[in-house]
Design a binder for this molecule. Sequence first.
Ligand code: ADP
Ligand code: MG
Length: 367
Amino acid sequence: MSAVKKIAHQSANVVVGVRIRPRNSKEIEAEMPVCFTPSDDELNVQELNEDGNVVKNWSYQHIFGSDSSNSKIFHEVGVGLVESAMDGFNAVMFMYGQTSSGKTFTLFGGGDTEGLVGHSLKLLDEKINLSKDTEYLVKMTYSELYNEEIKDLLSEEPNDNLKIIDDPNLGPLIQNITEIPFGSYQLAKQNLEKGEQRRHFGVTNMNAHSSRSHVLVRLTIESRKVPFKPGGIRSTWGKDKPASISVLNLVDLAGSERSGKAGTSGTSLKEGSFINKSLLTLGTVISNLSEGKEGTHIPYRNSKLTRLLAGALGGNSKTTMLVCISPASGNIAESQSTLRFAQRAKKIVNKVKKNDVMDIKMMSVRM
Ligand code: ADP
Ligand code: MG
C-alpha cells in the first residue's frame, strides 16, 4: 500500500478572454471601420457590418475593449493564476492572435506600460514578502521556440537546440536549460531584459523572427508551510523539503496568420512549414479536445510546443487563453478565425489538482 493520500481532480474549463486592441494609425488613416466591439454588458464580442449593425455575437468569459489597460486585464485574469500557482496548482496563460494584434504588448508590455509578466512577477514578490507562514523557492526559465528549435534565453553562453526529455517524476522538461533563482521582481525583470537581447542576437529580420517564434516564461514555485516562523524566499531547501511544486507558464505564441498570407519576402519554406507544425498541432490538439469524444487521439507529441505544454490542454493545469484581435475591417478574416479558435478552446475541460510533493512520484506535475 502506498502512503500517498489520493486527492480528487477537479474539472475546470479553459478560461478564454478576448482583447480587442485600439485601431492602429494605419487602420485609422485607411479609415477602416471598426467591426468588433464589446457589448455593453461585456459578455459578447459584437461583430458589426459596415452600417454599424450587429451581425453576430461571440461570447467569452472575459472581453476587453480598446480602453482596457494591461493592469485591468491582469486583475481580471492574471491575479488568480499567480495565486493558484502559489497555492500549488499548475497555471498557464497563452497569448494567441495574428501578428500586430497585441499579444506581446499584453504579455510583456511596452514603453512604461507593464505587461502581464511584469505584473505577475511583482505580485509574486509582494506575496512572498508578506507571507507569514509559507516559504517559497522560485526558479525561472526563459526560452524561445523557433523553427522547432528551443533556445535558452537566460544562458550566458549560447545554448541552442535544446531537447525535451520526459522526466519520469516531473513530466516533459527542457534538458539543460538555465534555471535562475527568481530573487525579486527587479532581478527577474533584469534577467528577462537580458534574455530579450539574446533573442535578437544575430537575427537579420527581427520583426519576422519575433512574429514566427513562441516565447515561454516559466516559473517553478516550490513551497512549504512554516507555522512557527515568518515565511519568505529561500535559495535552497537544505535538509527541508517543499510540500508542493507547481509551474506557472506564460506563453507568447507566434502569429496565427496563415503562412500564405504572411508569406512575406524572405520566408523560407523551412520556416513556414515549422511554424505550421507548432501552431497547426496546437490547433489540432485544441480542435480534437473541444470535440470531447472519448478515445480521440490528441497529437501532443507532434510538435515541441504541444509536447511541452500538454498538461495545459486537457491535463492538470488552470489554463487561460487570451486571444487578441484588431477591431478593423481590414483584418476581419483573421479576427474571425481567431474568435473561432477561441470558441473551441473554451470547450476544453482540464483536470486540476494541487501538486503535493507526496504525489509527485505518482504523476507528472510539470509542463
Ligand atoms: P503582436 O505581438 O500580436 O504581434 P504587438 O503586441 O507587438 O503585436 O502589437 C503591435 C503594436 O501595437 C505595438 O506597437 C504595440 O505597442 C501596439 N499595441 C498593441 N496593443 C495595444 C493596446 N492595447 N494599446 C496600445 N497599443 C497597442
Ligand atoms: Mg509579438
